[in-house]
Design a binder for this molecule. Structure first.
Ligand code: ZN
Length: 177
């Protein structure tokens, strides 16, 4: 059973146990602006996450959610402080459990999704997975700082990238010549 198509907005709330029993699959988009913890780590919140979710009952009656979510976001390069594209892509292999005790009984290929009775917030579940895929810092692959310096007419004395953005800011502002 497939509900919706790729142009639809993914519903935020779903009862994962009920959906698993009914074998429901859903797919759709989530605006990054709806994911505040992720958005706060990005250069902007304009992107949309594409998510495909399959709920089913697996071995030993476990209610599982399998699926994937992907999005291309804009993050701040920590070398030149300009924005740069970054692909995030996660696989979900979640088993709905009532508590920590039940969580530790899961096989290794399933991650626990601790949830009580009733509907769960799918957005925050997907957001959590995307946050795990987000690197602590991001850099352009090319030598963005060296190029910036060249464009601003300064002589490049040290070709080594500057790792500390604050240090770099100081250098950019510099002292009056
Ligand atoms: Zn850069």
């Amino acid at each position: 059973m497939l509900k919706g198509n790729s142009k639809d907005i993914l519903p935020r709330m779903a009862d994962p146990r009920k959906f698993a029993q009914q074998g429901i699959s859903i797919e759709g988009l989530i605006a990054v602006a709806e994911l505040p913890r992720l958005a706060s780590a990005l250069a902007d919140d304009a992107a949309e996450v594409m998510a495909e979710l399959e709920f089913s009952v697996a071995e030993e009656g476990r209610k599982v959610l399998r699926g994937r979510a992907k999005v291309q976001v804009q993050v701040v390069c920590q070398r030149c402080l300009d924005s740069m594209p970054l692909d995030l892509q996660v696989e979900l292999n979640l088993a709905v459990v009532w508590d920590e005790d039940q969580a530790v009984t899961l096989p290794k290929y399933l991650d626990p999704w601790i949830h009580g009775e009733g509907p769960a917030d799918l957005y925050s579940t997907i957001e959590e997975e995307l946050l795990l895929d987000l690197p602590m810092v991001s850099y352009h692959e090319d030598e963005c700082v060296a190029r910036e310096r060249f464009q601003s007419g300064e002589i490049v004395e040290s070709p080594e990238p500057v790792d500390n953005p604050f240090q770099m800011l100081k250098q950019l502002k510099g002292t009056p010549k």
